[in-house]
Design a protein around this ligand. Structure first.
Ligand code: UFG
Length: 339
């Protein structure tokens, strides 16, 4: 199958390209490299022995995207990741996020219609549940006001896709991820945060390697067993594999409805302190950290009900928190060797 992966040079995108290529699919990557690097394409080639077709395409430019569809003579399936993803930045620069994340999705949907491409997997987020009213979060849990413009772009994009499905022959699966962490087992691809990382795990590994002085744990007075926030951390490779099974389901005409939603997590929550303990155990490093104020906008705790993905997609996360932290650490060590 010929698969287009938008944002395929990014963190989740690059791992997903690997999974599709390892199954023999022909992958085309469209990425404007605004928040990613062509190093990821080199890493994909080193892992799989195949360099994906790469096009430095900005999805906000319709003609560039249209030219890519023409060059490829259409696609059998599309996985759409391309988006800005920094929650904090989106609060400061909301229009940047609405412009980029929504216009790119509109153009992709328009281009798919124009070129009769009808199979889409969309990269969504558990942020669409806002501050959850029940735990674990189920796909039928209410979609509440997201806590950031970034989250709002995911919610609006889901609505746009739902409306496009209702009025065309588009079939779409939207995957709502929880907290993707870790790196490929080869340490040839991983997360490449630009500047100071906003997320917990790259901040931990960068602190341990000496790039950062110490980690601030945002809040230890939450109503959780150890007082720190709880998240459902999922290994990036498990997450990437979910895209393969989702697209398979669409291509095999197995969908129960033309638009389906799945939670993609492990179904377990871990606190910030548990993540730190796991890191210290697998890396043998003592992490320098201190407790700090709560971070505005943080949900105290969230984890997924993944029953639907298990039953319907036949997909289940396999890797443990220790495996996630070890792969993240090995990636940080590999990055240091490259310097
Ligand atoms: N944390 C710290 N110190 C840090 C960074 C994070 O204590 O330096 C804590 C946070 O307070 C939170 C936990 O670590 O309790 C996880 O924080 P992340 O920033 O790694 O992840 P978030 O849960 O805030 O955000 C993630 C994705 C978003 C997505 C969101 C949905 O990064 O893209 O989940 O809930 F929108």
């Amino acid at each position: 199958m010929k698969i287009l992966i938008t944002g395929g040079a990014g963190f989740i995108g690059s791992h997903t390209v690997v999974e599709f290529q390892q199954l023999g699919h022909e992958v085309w990557v469209a990425d404007n490299l605004s928040n990613s690097s062509s190093q990821a394409i080199d890493g994909i080639a080193a892992i799989t022995g195949i360099r994906p077709h790469f096009s430095k395409t900005d999805l906000c430019n319709y003609s560039e995207l249209d030219a890519l569809f023409r060059q490829a003579c259409g696609f059998d399936g599309i996985v759409h990741f391309a988006a800005f993803k920094a929650v904090g930045e989106s609060v400061k620069l909301p229009l940047k996020y609405y412009h980029n994340n929504l216009l790119s999705t509109i153009h992709l949907l328009q281009c798919m219609q124009a070129h009769h491409c009808t199979q889409l997997v969309f990269s969504s987020s558990c942020t669409v549940y806002g501050e959850p009213v029940e735990l674990p979060v189920h796909e039928l849990s209410p979609v509440l006001k997201p806590l950031s413009p970034y989250g709002n772009t995911k919610q609006i994009a889901e609505e746009m896709i739902t409306d496009a499905v209702a009025t065309s022959d588009l079939n779409a699966i939207m995957l709502r991820y929880f907290n993707p962490i870790g790196a490929h087992e080869t340490a040839l691809i991983g997360e490449l945060p630009i500047g100071v990382p906003g997320n917990l795990v790259p901040y931990i590994t960068q602190t341990a390697i000496g790039k950062r002085d110490h980690l601030k744990v945002f809040g230890n007075d939450y109503e959780t067993p150890d007082g720190t926030c709880i998240r459902d951390y999922i290994h990036i490779t498990d997450l990437a594999k979910a895209h393969v099974v989702a697209l398979d389901r669409i291509l095999a005409n197995k969908m129960d409805a033309a638009c389906e939603v799945f939670n993609i997590g492990t179904g377990h929550g871990n606190s910030v302190l548990e993540v730190i303990q796991s890191f210290e155990k697998v890396s043998g490093q003592k992490l320098n950290y201190s407790f700090d104020q709560r971070r505005p906008g943080d949900v105290p705790q969230v984890w997924a009900d993944t029953t639907k993905a298990q039953k319907v997609l036949g997909w289940k996360a396999e890797r443990t928190l220790d495996e996630m932290m070890l792969s993240a650490w090995n990636w940080e060590l590999a990055l240091q060797k490259k310097l």
